[in-house]
Structure formats: C-alpha cells, structure tokens
Write a protein that binds this ligand. Structure first.
Ligand code: ATP
Ligand code: MG
Length: 426
C-alpha cells in the first residue's frame, strides 16, 4: 500500500468575471436560487464540478451541481422539494419539475491511501471537498454572489491548456476508485483534451484494477457514453488504452482482429443520430453487438448447409449477448431481451441468404421500430442495404419518415421481499 503526500493548496486562486467571462445568464436559475437560499441561511454554497468546467468551455452544462457546508438533514430542512439519496455517497436531490439539482455536503474524501473507497460520507472543508474530486478541470468552484471562479488545484489553467490531470497522485486516485479511469477516457473523447503524462502512465499501470470496481457503475458510464455523441472515439480509446479487454473481452478481440471495424463504423453513425435526439440504449447496445452476431452466424452457415430460421438466430443472439457481457456485467434482463429482439429482426429485414426482395408484411412486434432504427444505421454504413430499409419502412409507415420509438415505461417495481425478523419463527 502506498500513500500520497496530499498537497494542500492553502490559498486558492480567484478569477474575477472579466477574466473568466462566464455570463450569469448561462447559470440555471433554479441552481442560483438554491445557492442563494443556502447562503442566506448562513451556509457556504458554490456551483461545482462539470457545470463550472462546461461554462468555462462555453458549452451548455448538462447539469448544475452544488457543494455546500450544510449537512444533508440541514438541506432537507431548508427545501420542501428535497429528498436524500445514496448510502455510499449521501446526497440531496432537489426537484424542480423534471429537473433535479444535486446538492452535496463538503466532504473529506481523499484519505491519501491507495485502497478502494467504499463509503464517502466524511464531512470536510471546502478545500478538502475539492481534493477528493477526480480531475483538476472538475475541481473548480463558482461563487455566484461574487461571480468568481475559485481554484485550489490548477484546474483553471488546465481548462485553458486543455489538459486532463488527476487531483493528487494519479495511481493512488485510480486505485481508490477505478471508475475514474473510465471517466478520464470519457473526458478525453468528449473534449479532445490531452492527458498529462503522469496521469497517462498511471492509467496504463492501473488498468487491471478496473474489474475491482462496481460493474453497475461502469455499465452506467458505458451506456451514457453510447448516448453521448462521442461513443466512437470513447470505445476506440478504451481499446487503445487497454481497458476494453478486461471489461468486454469479446468486443476487444473483435477490435483487435478487424481493421475495418464495423462496430466503430456503426457507433460513428449512432453519434451522428444522437445529436438529433438520443437513440434508445437498446438500439445502441445492439449496434455494438450486431457485427459479432453476424460474424458468428456466417461462420455457422459455412459449416451447416441448412438455412437458419429466426428461432435459431434468436438463440444465437442470446448466446452472443451473454458471452459479450457475462464476464463482468449483468445486463438487466429487460434490456438484454430488447437487444435480442432487435438483433433477430435484422435477419427478418435482410435474410442471411439474401432472398430477392418481396413486399414484406410488417410484424406486430412493438420492438420492430427499434430494429428499423438499427437497420437505418447499418444502411448508412453499407448503402447497398438501403433498398431493404426503404421497403420495410414503407410497408410499416407508408411515406412517413421512421418515427422515434415510443418511450419505454419504467420497469414495474417488484414488491420488496419482507425481511424476516429475528423473533419470527423459522
Ligand atoms: P458530466 O458532464 O458527464 O455530467 P461531470 O464531471 O459533471 O460530467 P458527474 O458524474 O456529474 O460528472 O460528477 C460531478 C462531479 O463530481 C465531477 O465533476 C467531479 O468533480 C465529481 N466526481 C464524479 N465522479 C467522481 C469520482 N469517481 N471521483 C471523484 N470525483 C468525482
Ligand atoms: Mg455532471
């Protein structure tokens, strides 16, 4: 076990508005209201993290997070629209219509010890709160009242120089929470920033640690990246830096042996499509698995001389999905069911034996529209598929353009199993 001499930056650098030029009308009014109300109640409160970074980069932040000296219960007492969530990381969620503003209490996360962090609820000062964050560009506070950016870690100049650097010693920070390595690659793909050399060396040295982290958190980061518009670059870098192999070895093996990588070509089209409105996660995951399934079916077809019916294809699709995710991830059952259906329908739209086109009868399956969305991506990569796409969309929707799939109802919540009390009989 090794420790990091955690640098404490006693005096932060403070950047005034004429330098940082963040215009106050870019700040979410609900976030501003929460900060001012916390301050009026006598607490410290700042905008923090990705929101400040994006404002400096002149991008529209996805979310506005707030960091405060108020404890979770104190935040709850101040706001009626507040619920407290999380065990590993206790947070307040303030709901404004559909929007949620996340408010977290300053905490002293970085122990300086290279060991996996399992809980992160030790309260601290504002300076400690910055030091527990992942990268310098994510460690900036914005003080709404004085319109200043407060920088304890050199994040302001790193944004300007477009450099990704961990806060603290990078190998320690990656061992403490290996998801930070995925986040590093995510920011690299999204902003096209350089990685500082010691952070990069630590990434290469610590990549094996990735499977020690929670597969649920990593799956969520991967799914978000599929939706992000930078999926192609992200998965390319994940492979290049050696993190794809421990997570998705089947996909990594495909990347290594297929120079004209169809998965990346489909993700590139998905990135373009996502910029107009995000495609469903089931379609995006199917784009990642389709080339693996087709490769497998073509191999099987060479050996057996019988045509495959859709039942066999569906079985093979389920097997490929299992093999792709099983070493590390547990794909939610409903998502894997949707992916299997989307994949199987690809061979209804264009049969493996390339039968001549006939006017098709669209199936009643509500998942078929999802399958057409994947086929549309495939036809962008491979234009000779376009006649199949046109034929099936016309048969299903006439001259109308392909609509977006309907939103999926949240999974019905299972009734929690009643826990047996000690005094209850056996
Ligand atoms: P995005 O734009 O994708 O939301 P983000 O940086 O805002 O990027 P969030 O997941 O919203 O990412 O996290 C908010 C902030 O919390 C980050 O900016 C960072 O300061 C901190 N943070 C998030 N994950 C970690 C982590 N694993 N370790 C340390 N700090 C983290
Ligand atoms: Mg964020």
């Amino acid at each position: 076990m090794f420790t990091s001499p955690n640098p404490l930056y006693v005096q932060p650098k403070v950047y005034p508005v004429d330098e940082h030029q963040i215009s106050s009308d870019k700040i979410d009014p609900n976030a501003a209201y929460v900060i001012l109300k916390l301050r009026q109640a006598g607490y410290k409160a700042y905008l923090v993290g990705g929101g400040v970074r994006d404002l400096l980069l002149k991008q529209n932040p996805k979310d506005f997070d707030i960091s405060t000296s108020a404890r979770p219960e104190e935040i709850k007492a101040l706001f009626r629209n507040c619920i407290l969530i999380g065990r590993r990381f206790r947070l307040a969620h303030l709901r404004f219509g559909k929007k949620i503003i996340e408010v977290s209490t300053f905490r002293a996360g970085d122990t300086g010890v290279a060991d996996l962090i399992v809980r992160d609820n030790v309260w601290g000062t504002e300076e400690q709160d910055v030091l527990r964050r992942d990268f310098t560009i994510n460690g900036l506070f914005y003080d709404i009242e004085h319109q200043t950016v407060i920088d304890y870690v050199g994040g302001y100049t790193d944004v300007a120089k477009r450099v990704l650097r961990t806060i603290g010693q990078p190998d320690v920070r990656f061992v403490q929470d290996p998801v930070r390595m995925i986040r590093l690659i995510k920011f690299c793909a999204r902003f096209n920033f350089d990685i500082d050399s010691s952070t990069f060396q630590a990434l290469l040295g610590c990549k094996g640690e990735i499977i020690k982290s929670s597969s649920v958190r990593i799956l969520e980061e991967l799914l978000r990246m599929l939706e992000s518009g930078s999926a192609k670059t992200f998965f390319h870098l994940l492979h290049e830096y050696g993190l794809l192999n421990p997570l998705l070895p089947v996909v990594a093996n495909y990347f290594s042996h297929n120079p004209d990588n169809e998965i990346l070509a489909l993700l590139c089209e998905a990135d373009a499509a996502n910029s107009k409105g995000p495609l469903d996660r089931s379609i995006l995951l199917s784009a990642m698995i389709f080339p693996l399934l087709r490769h497998r079916l073509l191999q099987r077809a060479q050996k057996s001389h019988q045509p495959f019916h859709l039942g066999i294809i569906q079985e093979e699709a389920s097997r490929v999905i299992d093999e792709t995710f099983s070493p590390f991830f547990l794909l939610p059952r409903r998502l894997s069911g949707m992916v299997s259906s989307i994949l199987t329908s690809q061979f209804r739209i264009q049969p493996l034996d390339d039968k001549p086109l006939r006017r098709p009868k669209p199936p009643r399956d509500p998942m078929f529209i999802y399958a057409l969305h994947l086929f549309k991506l495939r036809a962008k990569v491979q234009p000779d598929l376009l006649p199949y796409y046109t034929l099936w969309t016309e048969a299903t929707f006439g001259q109308e353009p392909l609509p977006m799939p309907p939103p999926i109802e949240p999974e019905e919540r299972r009734r929690p199993r009643r826990r047996r009390r000690h005094h209850e009989g056996s």
